[in-house]
Every structure is written in structure tokens, then in C-alpha cells.
Ligand binder design. Sequence first.
Ligand code: ADP
Length: 214
Amino acid sequence: MRVVIKIELNKRQEQILQIVKENGPITGENIADRLNLTRATLRPDLAILTMAGFLDARPRVGYFYSGRSGTQLLTDSLNHIFVKDYQSIPVVVNESISVYDAIVMMFLEDVGTLFVVDKQSVLVGVLSRKDLLRASIGKQELSSIPVNVIMTRMPNITMCTKEDLMIDVAKKLIDKQIDSLPVVKETEKGYEVIGRITKTNITKAFVALADEKF
Ligand code: ADP
């Protein structure tokens, strides 16, 4: 899928862009002269074109065309949205707790995925809603089955770090058909869970992108 954000420019902004493309670097004064307008009238348009990344401005040199298209600008933005800016607090359970207690925990904490750790707080597994539902079908005694029997276990866990880009995490969620990833930090014992990224965090980043709040 290709995402293209279209920035609608007004007629005057298109004219400015054309002038700068053909004559840049060019001063604001000079652009205003060519359009028979004052520098003050032009100021908001120049600000918009510069902020949107179509034009670059250098003091004492003037404006020049950045050569970046709308799609390239979007890619630039995506390359600045990191896991550390959007991660949530992880909900972690010990591998020895029962399936029953994990179900209770999932409701109490209002999450869709639990991360399972050993006594040393090292990540050993992941539990999704469906993992718990699957274990509940049948006649097993849920209070006596430990979660480490039913969880998805290491080394099959897809993880990310806080320095990863959100776009790369989004691709992993789609590739692996999962709802969430643990954010981990590597220690000498293994991986420690320091956060989580879910589809909700991805959605928030997506909305911020539209609002240019990243
Ligand atoms: P659900 O099964 O509730 O729809 P998911 O799609 O996230 O939730 O999980 C699908 C399967 O993938 C489950 O068996 C779950 O244990 C496993 N899983 C979930 N997250 C991860 C992950 N980050 N790495 C590896 N496996 C995962």
C-alpha cells in the first residue's frame, strides 16, 4: 500500500513555487516584485511553503526549491517517529501463574496481550486473548494450568527497541499478523520488557502525522 498525503496549495503559493523553481535562490522582496505584491502580503504563503518543506530559506541568500515531493516529505516525517515517543506501559506476568489468573489480569489491566517473564524478569513468552480463549475450550481446570504451557515462547517472539521507527514496528505487526510487540532492552540475562507497542499506539502516531504533531 502506498500512502500519499496531498498538500493543497493555493494559486498564489503555486506561483511562488514556480518562481523559486526557476529563479532560486531568490529573496522574498524579489518574489513580491514579480507578483506585484508587497513582502508583507507574501509572508504567510512563504511561511507555509517553508514549513511544509517545499522551500528552504537561508538568511541573506533567499528562498530555494527543496526539490522534495509530498511523498518524500511524508517519508521524511515517518523517519522521525520513534517507538520511545509512543510506547505504553507493558503488562507483565510471571510464567508460573495460572491461565485463570492471566485471564483475570487481562481484564483488570484492560490489555489484549500479556508478556510473560521468568523469576529474573527476563521475557520468556507472550499471551494473547485467543491463546487464553483456546486454553479455555474444553474441560481443563484453568487454575491448575500454568501459562508457560500455552504461551508463544522465545525465541519466536517478535520484539522491538525504543530506538526503532514506528513504521518498522507497524510493518512487523502486519507481517506477523499480531496485535502487539514488547519493547525490550537487552541485558546479560536476556531481554527485559520496558514497554509495549500495540495497534492503538500505531493509530495514535498515524493521527499525529496528519496533525503534524510529531
Ligand atoms: P489474538 O490471538 O488475540 O488475535 P494476536 O494476533 O496478537 O492476538 O496473537 C496471535 C498469536 O501470535 C498468539 O498465539 C500470540 O501468542 C502470538 N503473538 C502475539 N504477539 C506476539 C509477538 N510479539 N511475538 C510472537 N508471537 C506473538
